[in-house]
Design a protein. Structure first.
Length: 182
């Protein structure tokens, strides 16, 4: 087996050791150690794939926290990027990692951002129903007569569970001080 082929195989085992689940990672680490000994290689021999600094953009609000949590899940250290090319930078984090780890980070972020967006839409609907913010429509929809699907029933159950967990708060109207200002 050629040296580059061996190194590529060992890099894959290393990635599994670094990112695998508990038992899987431990087994990969043992295999990596044995294979390094077998071929007379060290970890530095595998570092052909250099670490690079990558920038991760984030939106306002909760998106920053989501990026941080995903990075923690992947055991990555992120830091706020304040300056780049002599200019102040806003809404960017940076991470130093291999291209493969960066690709994994981006895939995770794309996934969890999509999940977050979908679940926040459901939460918004539950919030509106809980607090009576659902308007009535005079126009009838064509899908009103269609039967409930299993997916629709599951969604309604999730909405019901969300509503049950929300605190009931009443609106307390303030009186005007005479000049129309509250």
């Amino acid at each position: 087996m050629q040296l580059e082929t061996i190194k590529e195989k060992l890099r894959k085992i290393l990635a599994l050791a670094e990112q695998g689940e508990q038992g899987e990672a431990a087994a990969a680490q043992r295999l990596l150690t044995a294979q390094l000994d077998k071929y007379g290689l060290t970890m530095s021999d595998l570092s052909d794939e250099l670490h690079h600094n990558y920038e991760i953009g984030y939106g306002v609000g909760i998106d920053y926290n989501l990026v941080i949590q995903v990075a923690r899940k992947l055991n990555l250290d992120m830091y706020k990027l304040r300056w780049a090319d002599g200019k102040m930078v806003r809404h960017k984090l940076a991470v130093c990692c291999t291209p493969a780890v960066y690709a994994d980070l981006v895939a995770h972020l794309d996934h969890y951002r999509a999940v977050w967006e979908a679940q926040m839409k459901e939460f918004f609907h539950a919030f509106c129903w809980k607090h009576g913010l659902v308007g009535t429509s005079s126009s009838s929809s064509d899908d009103d007569d269609e039967p409930m699907t299993e997916e629709t029933l599951k969604k309604l159950e999730r909405l019901r569970a969300m509503m049950a967990g929300m605190e009931e708060r009443e609106l307390h109207k303030r009186l005007s001080d005479g000049d129309g200002v509250h």
